[in-house]
Design a protein around this ligand. Structure first.
Ligand code: PFF
Length: 481
């Protein structure tokens, strides 16, 4: 039943796979999302829980996903069909593929919108829009000018739609090219350049007056801020939302729980170490997120900028840095170009699973499948765009305290990151660690049963990952007291 190679092609080497998976993982989740939710949940404690989730949930599930993909060699939907048939397991597990594919549509819909913001900023920063702020000596004035640019963009649905359309078209173009023709080329140069620019920005952040404060905010662990956010008269109620957010961010940032990494695993040549590849991907993803925080918080604090401002944080912080830096216009444009590239290499991994599945049905060419999926997701994206302007007051679940302020974008984000991805993750962990034969796992991992890495992975995936995700999950949706 198992094939030697995937019908969609194969990565040309192990390193290309690692770059592609890292390209999927490293994206807006690291540079745009990680800093603002870290701020939302109070800093250090959130980072600490996040790192534990990465180790105990992220890494084991990533290995499991690559393993299943490598075995099935198809889109996640068909891979699950093939692997369940091969191992004579219930068809129920095929839900992993279906749910993941559905979740991908939702994620791509807003991912492309935010990708569009970063493209808009390439033009804004590159045209010197922020270069004059160096002349202003009043910090408050600088902050208000910079945030004015962002607010103006949000208030303009036409401009947002334009950038969203361009971003989606870029994503679709690469997907039409197929595995070797499209995906590989986009990624090869991006990752190293992104690291270089991030390190230069860390250098700048170090020169700001509140560098130490920024670092303390990120690494000083204050659990009460995270756990007890509902305090009245000194009496605090446990609030697990921050922990759920840290877990959701783990799934989102590592691209796990919906089959994106599984789809990439399907194009993996036979003799590649899954453990090594997954470890490198997880480490680089985490490093980029931490670097983003190290850059953004000191700059924000040094300029008297509120860090708890949600999705606008990066867009209101970094332009200040570029405005002050020598060659800031050039640098700023370069940074946002790299952010666009990072977002692009992630968005292609979200679009690949449904397109691969449609091609496998035999009824679509790669071109027509890409067109259908891209247009569907693009249309859904309009909901996110309108959440920032004409529908900004539309809070469909405002009767629930937790979603009182939630716009459509917030709800789609919550549903995907905090519910669907963790649910997909639990299912993958349980399927692999409880239902697949050990011999199959060992064959795919190319390990012996007594190898400590295998034993640690198997134990974690079997017990710690599902129980951990399950508890956080139940706690946060209020089933447990
Ligand atoms: N990991 C990506 C990021 O951090 O930006 C986002 C993402 C990609 C999520 C692929 C999910 C996915 F399947």
């Amino acid at each position: 039943m198992t094939r030697e190679t995937s019908v969609h092609g194969e990565w040309s080497s192990r390193w290309v796979f690692i770059l592609a998976a890292a390209g999927s993982a490293v994206g807006l989740g690291n540079i745009w999302k990680f800093p603002y939710i870290t701020a939302e949940y109070g800093g250090g404690a959130f980072v600490f829980i996040y790192l534990i989730c990465v180790l105990m949930i992220g890494l084991p599930i990533m290995m499991a996903e690559i393993l299943v993909g490598k075995r099935g060699k198809h889109s996640p939907i068909n891979t699950l069909k093939i692997v369940t048939a091969e191992t004579k397991q219930s068809k129920f597990w095929q839900i992993i593929g279906w749910m993941g594919t559905f979740c991908g549509f939702l994620i791509l819909s807003y991912y492309s919108v935010i990708g569009g913001w970063t493209m808009a900023y390439v033009v804004k920063v590159g045209s010197g829009m922020f270069s004059h702020i160096d002349m202003l000596h009043d910090k408050a004035m600088i902050v208000s000018q910079v945030s004015g640019v962002f607010n103006q963009l949000m208030a303009n649905p036409q401009e947002l739609i334009l950038w969203h359309t361009i971003f989606m078209m870029l994503t679709m173009t690469v997907i039409v090219g197929g595995v070797q023709g499209g995906l590989e080329k986009a990624i090869l140069y991006m990752m190293p350049s992104l690291f270089i620019v991030l390190f230069i920005l860390v250098g700048y952040a170090m020169s700001t007056e509140k560098f130490a404060e920024g670092i303390a905010f990120m690494f000083k662990i204050n659990f009460s801020a995270l756990l007890f956010s509902d305090c009245v008269d000194g009496y605090c109620k446990f609030n697990g939302q921050g922990i759920l957010a840290a877990m959701g961010q783990t799934f989102f940032s590592l691209s796990i729980g919906m089959g994106a990494i599984m789809a990439y695993g399907a194009y993996l040549p036979k003799h590649v170490s899954i453990t090594q590849a997954a470890t490198i991907v997880v480490l680089s993803d985490t490093l980029v997120a931490i670097l983003a925080g190290i850059i953004i918080f000191p700059i924000a604090f040094s300029n008297g900028l509120e860090v708890n401002q949600g999705p606008s944080l990066v867009f209101n912080t970094l332009p200040i840095a570029f405005g002050h830096m020598p060659y800031g216009t050039l640098f700023g444009a370069l940074f946002f170009i790299l952010l666009v590239l990072a977002a692009w290499t992630s968005s292609i991994s979200i679009l690949e699973p449904p397109v691969a599945w449609m091609v496998e049905t035999g009824r679509f060419t790669r071109f027509s499948a890409t067109l259908v999926c891209g247009i569907l997701s693009w249309a859904l994206g309009l909901l996110t765009i309108f959440s920032f302007n004409i529908l900004s007051d539309f809070k469909p679940l405002s009767q629930f305290a937790m979603f009182k302020e939630a716009t459509l974008f917030d709800l789609i984000d919550f549903l995907t990151s905090n519910i669907l991805l963790p649910l997909g993750g639990i299912l993958i962990a349980v399927f692999v660690a409880w239902f697949l034969p050990k011999a199959l796992l060992l064959e795919e991992l190319q390990m012996k049963a007594n190898h400590w890495v295998y034993r640690a992975w198997y134990f974690t995936l079997r017990y710690i990952t599902p129980v951990g995700v399950g508890l956080i999950f139940l706690k946060s949706i209020g089933i447990l007291a």
